[in-house]
Design a protein around this ligand. Structure first.
Ligand SMILES: [Ca+2]
Length: 308
């Protein structure tokens, strides 16, 4: 088990090193009609909306995004739909990505054939590195063409993200947190290991808090929660409402993100879930306050990770 965990961690470390910050895109055109599940839903920056289409004659289904300026994409992310756990056959498995500066001449930067990376999980982002990124030049427009789904002809995706620069993991250290020290203390959420966790059930201490030290002032543009080792049996321990704040003196705190009733964390063991704070700033200390769990007063998380 530990060996497997180590392999998993090595893989996560690698994917983190390759992680990036998103480009602000606007919708240009896409297959299907407008409206509630139309193609524009793919870049409205909301996970609660999705592009969902089943119109075989329009295949390959396409999406064109405007990056606002010529840019070189080092990674892109496909986010599954809200009910993909019930309809995994709607995940794309074969697609191509191309870039253009005039929307007429397109240069292929990536092709994926029978790629089954997108599993039966709702609202999860899966990132891909274009095989010919950079080498092919900079483009303002990016086109995605989906020619095959896992089953049938219906596709659904809630967002497509483009990334143009490298985002680095912040080496954060534990400062303080709610609960006792020891085996399941708050420090376990920042020790770098997935098989150790912070697990607390002290109602009188709520909201549970944890403070992390980024080592130097740095703007955190993404944070991730990793669920506990037995979350499959205890999904009620996942946080659903929390606040993230930044500080440079650990006295005055600025709220950077607030989540209420967020059910993104599922009943999966040691799974990583990404969040983008509403705002970011140059702070050295980051505090997370957990106000509500999926059920009851027990919270567990195996890791909290910061990225800049
Ligand atoms: Ca841990």
């Amino acid at each position: 088990m530990r060996h497997l965990t180590f392999i998993l961690m090595s893989f996560l470390a690698l994917s983190e090193a390759l992680a990036q910050a998103p480009v602000k895109t606007t919708f240009v055109s896409g297959s299907g009609r407008g409206g509630q599940e139309g193609p524009a839903m793919i870049c409205d920056d909301q996970l609660s909306t999705k592009w969902c289409i089943d119109f075989p004659r329009l295949m390959p289904y396409s999406i064109v995004l405007d990056a606002g300026q010529q840019t070189s994409i080092v990674e892109y992310g496909l986010v599954t739909g809200d009910d993909t756990n019930a309809y995994p056959e709607r995940n794309p498995v074969t697609w191509s990505v191309s870039g253009s500066n005039d929307k007429e001449n397109w240069t292929t930067i990536d092709e994926q054939k029978n790629n089954r990376s997108l599993p039966a999980e709702g609202l999860q982002e899966y990132r891909f590195k274009p095989k010919a990124a950079g080498a092919k030049g900079k483009f303002r427009y990016y086109r995605f063409e989906f020619s095959k789904m896992a089953g049938g002809t219906r596709i659904q995706l809630s967002e497509i993200y483009l990334y143009d620069k490298v985002q680095m993991p912040v080496k954060a250290t534990f400062v303080s947190g709610s609960g006792r020290d020891g085996k399941e203390g708050a420090a376990m959420a920042a020790d770098g290991w997935l098989f150790t966790k912070w697990c607390i059930d002290e109602p009188r201490q709520m909201p549970y808090s944890i403070i992390l030290d980024a080592g130097e002032a740095a703007p955190v543009t993404e944070y991730r929660f990793v669920t506990g080792d037995d979350t499959h049996d205890y999904p009620d321990r996942n946080p659903v409402s929390w606040k993230m704040s930044g500080s440079n003196d650990q006295k005055s705190w600025t709220v950077l993100d607030e989540q209420k009733g967020n059910r993104l964390l599922r009943d999966e063991n040691e799974q990583e879930y990404r969040f983008r704070p509403a705002t970011s700033g140059n702070y050295r200390y980051y505090r997370f306050e957990f106000l509500k769990m999926a059920g009851g007063t027990r919270l567990q998380l195996s890791e909290i990770k910061l990225f800049k």
